[in-house]
Design a protein around this ligand. Structure first.
Ligand code: F6R
Length: 614
């Protein structure tokens, strides 16, 4: 969480920093700040609130003219969102800030460092862990001949925890020193200007060439060049990469919010993910090391992820187990990493992550790898840490996802999991060549079916308007519908702040049904023909206690629909892939409820898109 950006060049750095911060705002948005070298010295302007507040404050303070500076957008971990806890933080005694630092991550031993620095006369202005880094650098720098980069190297060796750092010092007014461990950092390479940023969306308006900083590396960034060193101070020859997507993908393109744009982009996201992997009616996976031989030998599959990516994994688990008859679990990464999981050398660990930077997912993957499992990452952000560390990577080609609530990346994750399932089923002889051909045709048809499903947009808007004021919403489903219900419920609560819960339809009566009362909204999902009748009887149970029911079901639903207030019909598709359709109206429901309640749809409170802390 938190976004960091830095620019050093010949032009005014401020507009570049502000633009960069806007594109990183998805990483945290409770406060923002910049530090820059001006004629008067090192100036810091920072404030609680959004980047617009920062712009306002800079204007009030007479502007800021500089050619080198760093900026930060915060998601609070240590200390509430406030002006003084905002970054950048200054390091130095008696308020004489010689060093300014922006940080993304968590310094675990900050309390210990703080106590020691206080003994050396450093007075702390904030409650943050980051301020210890600023003072530590100043302490190690003062009175020594070492350059800033060497000092940062020495400082990070004393730090326990995770960080992406941008550091500037009065001694080197056109230089930024960057360092990382377990948090992303890229270096943008321009012409007579260079940048640092938490991700490439912040540099792409200036350059499409970049270097990825790896763990424990430190970079010296100046207008005329970049030097990267390893933890021993040895200079490295880092590969230069080129951004392959264009800027318009990260813009709203006429939509009111990124979320609705991304919902509407799902046919393309799924098509782009599926199409290149289907050749001659068969699924090709050599790209990620899932060879037929490996797939044949798998003993257990562990799908590990967080949030919506976990919900995609829960769909995947059901599809894989039913198609391939291999034991498959879908596990919460933050639990998996600490519960001493049983992982065999012939196990496959599939981690699912849009950002490819989620701290718990990364740690879980490292654990599985260490235990000898083959790890495959289903990831959207190219060259992200998880993508680089996995044994194999299966990219979802959803393009940049900006709204904090995921939609198109989730849909692309489902498609990737279906493909893995079909391939395993074929290799292990659970389906014939003909079956695989038919399944490939179904996969190719998915984008069109999602497109057709999106036609329920107006219906969902009407339903949302009618029920937007409900205090609580319940989502029910069985099997795949239960997994989809979990995702639908998360979507609604995270962006509209309406309390919602998802239940396995048969489970509600074991306690939770006591919460159902007259007018409670219940959304029931029924896409599995074999379970239609069972779900209908659960619907009756809530209707007879006063609930208003919205039923999401298929065109060929055969149950009694008269008990439901609203029916949302999905085009007919293979029941194994139904979660790809049933989620669409429920993403739209969440979106329109949030709009109706005047919520900040793309940046819901307390959240950040990339969760790089535990
Ligand atoms: C919800 C949402 C989150 C993420 C979760 C994992 O809409 O986006 O629940 O799915 O934080 O993030 P990634 O996929 O980046 O690992």
């Amino acid at each position: 969480m938190c976004g960091i950006v830095g620019f050093t060049g010949r032009e005014n750095a401020l507009p570049v920093l502000i633009k960069g911060l806007y594109s990183l705002e998805y990483r945290g948005y409770d406060s923002a700040g910049v530090a820059a070298f001006t004629k008067e010295g090192l100036r810091v302007v920072k404030t609680q609130g959004r980047i617009a507040n920062l712009e306002e404050k800079i204007k009030e303070e007479g502007g800021l003219c500089c050619t080198c500076g760093i900026g930060h957008t915060r998601w609070a971990t240590h200390g509430e969102p406030s002006d003084r806890n905002s970054h950048p933080h200054l390091g130095g005694k008696d308020g004489m800030g010689k060093v300014a630092v922006v940080h993304n991550g968590i310094i675990e031993n900050y309390q210990d460092l703080r106590t020691r620095l206080e003994k050396h006369g450093y007075a702390f202005q904030s409650e943050t862990d980051t301020e210890t880094v600023a003072h530590l650098i100043d302490y190690l720098h003062t009175g020594k001949q070492e350059d800033l980069a060497q000092t940062v190297l020495a400082a990070v060796q004393r730090i326990r925890g995770s960080y992406a750092l941008g550091v500037v010092s009065l001694d080197n007014p056109d230089e930024i020193v960057a360092a990382r461990r377990d948090n992303p950092l890229v270096i943008g390479l321009g012409k007579e200007e260079n940048m640092i940023a938490s991700d490439i969306t912040a540099i792409i308006s200036r350059t499409d060439r970049y270097i990825i900083l790896d763990d424990n590396e430190v970079a010296i960034v100046r207008p005329d060049g970049v030097t990267v060193m390893n933890e021993f101070g040895e200079t490295l020859d880092k590969p230069v990469q080129t951004v392959t997507w264009d800027m318009s993908a990260a813009e709203k393109g006429g939509y009111e919010h990124f979320m609705i744009k991304e919902i509407m982009e799902q046919p393309k996201a799924v098509g782009d993910t599926v199409r290149p992997r289907i050749q001659n009616d068969s699924i090709l996976f050599e790209e990620c090391g899932l060879t037929d031989e490996r797939l044949r030998e798998i003993e257990n599959i562990h799908i590990v992820a967080c949030g919506s990516a976990l919900h995609a994994g829960m769909v995947g688990k059901r599809v894989i187990e039913s198609m391939c008859r291999v034991r498959c679990s879908a596990e919460v990464a933050s639990e998996f990493r600490y519960e001493n999981p049983i992982i065999g050398k012939k196990d496959l660990c599939i981690v699912v992550s849009q950002s490819g930077e989620t701290a718990d997912t990364l740690a879980a993957m490292r654990l599985a790898k260490q235990a000898g499992a083959f790890t495959v990452a289903i990831v959207n952000v190219v060259s992200s840490t998880i993508a680089r560390e996995a044994d194999g990577v299966l990219y979802t080609w959803a393009g940049p996802e900006i709204a904090v609530a995921t939609t198109k990346a989730y849909s692309a994750q489902l498609a990737a999991l279906y493909m893995i399932s079909v391939r395993i089923a074929r290799v292990r002889g659970h389906i014939s060549i003909g079956d695989e051909k038919a399944l490939c045709a179904e996969l190719r048809r998915l984008p069109r079916l999602i497109e057709q499903t999106l036609a329920c947009k107006e219906q969902m808007q009407r339903i949302a308007t009618r029920y937007a004021n409900r205090a609580s919403v319940f989502f029910l489903g069985r099997g795949l519908d239960y997994a989809a219900a979990l995702e639908a419920s998360l979507k609604l609560k995270e962006i509209s702040y309406v309390h919602s819960e998802a239940y396995a339809a048969g489970e509600l009566k074991h306690g939770t049904i006591s919460l159902i009362e007259k007018g409670t909204l219940v959304v029931a999902l029924a896409t599995q023909p074999a379970l239609f009748e069972k779900t209908v009887s659960n619907i009756r149970e809530v209707v007879s206690r006063g609930a208003s029911v919205v039923l999401v079901t298929t065109d060929d639903f055969t149950g009694d629909e008269s008990v439901c207030r609203h029916i949302v019909r999905l085009p007919k598709c293979l029941s194994e892939f139904s979660a790809s359709l049933s989620i669409i109206p429920l993403q739209l429901l969440a979106y329109y409820v949030a709009v109706e309640r005047s919520c900040d749809v793309d940046k819901p409170r307390n959240l950040a898109k990339s969760v790089t802390v535990e």
